[in-house]
Design a protein around this ligand. Structure first.
Ligand SMILES: [Zn+2]
Length: 195
């Protein structure tokens, strides 16, 4: 628990330049990330939302271990990626885990070019699972924060399936993009942050 407290403290410093109210941030050290390999740089100019795609059960596994395993698999011969493919990962409790450097292009197993995309993924499979409220709230907060910090228009926000042949981010998460609720909630938070 100490470890978590330290990283939450670090996160407050990290995010202190904008008034983020409810973001529990876990740095790479907090999930024992391996060092990334070199990869092309970019400037994030749009937000793209994913689900991690495997069923996540927080009563049976820790988010930090799950995320570490995603990185391990991606960096193995299976994919040979430079790092975990996403820039941020959100667990069921709304903790936001630091993924690859936001100024490094993300990676994908599908056919689209993620250059310029800020990749945010939610642990879980939302074709079959429901998005927990804490995870949704952290998603809103994180997107608003990123829009503010990297000068990204919230309207650029899309789901992975808008770019490639995939179910990602799953219908139960994608519905918040389709019905406009996510955009509306992000805009409200962004306006509060920028006040
Ligand atoms: Zn995806």
């Amino acid at each position: 628990m100490y470890k978590y407290a330290i990283f939450i403290l670090l996160s407050l410093i990290f995010f202190s330049c904008s008034s983020v109210k409810e973001l529990n941030f876990v740095s790479r050290e907090g999930w024992n990330a391996d060092t990334q390999k070199p990869f092309p740089k970019h400037v994030p100019e749009r937000i793209t939302i994913h689900h991690e795609g495997t069923i996540f059960d927080p009563s049976k596994e820790s988010a930090a271990v799950h995320i570490k395993n995603v990185q391990k698999w991606g960096m193995s011969e299976a994919r040979n990626w430079a790092d975990i493919p996403y820039h941020f990962i959100i667990d069921f409790d709304g903790n936001v885990f630091e993924g690859r450097n936001v100024f490094t292009v993300g990676e994908t197993a599908t056919e689209y070019d993620p250059t310029g995309h800020l990749l945010i993924t939610c642990l879980g499979n939302f074709e079959v699972q429901e998005l927990p409220e804490a995870q949704y709230n952290a998603l809103v907060e994180l997107i608003a924060h990123c829009c503010d910090k990297y000068r990204i228009a919230p309207e650029t926000m899309k789901g992975h399936k808008d770019f490639a042949k995939t179910d990602c981010p799953g219908k139960n998460l994608y519905s918040f993009l389709q019905n406009g609720k996510l955009l509306e909630d992000v805009k409200i938070r962004l306006a509060e942050i920028q006040k």
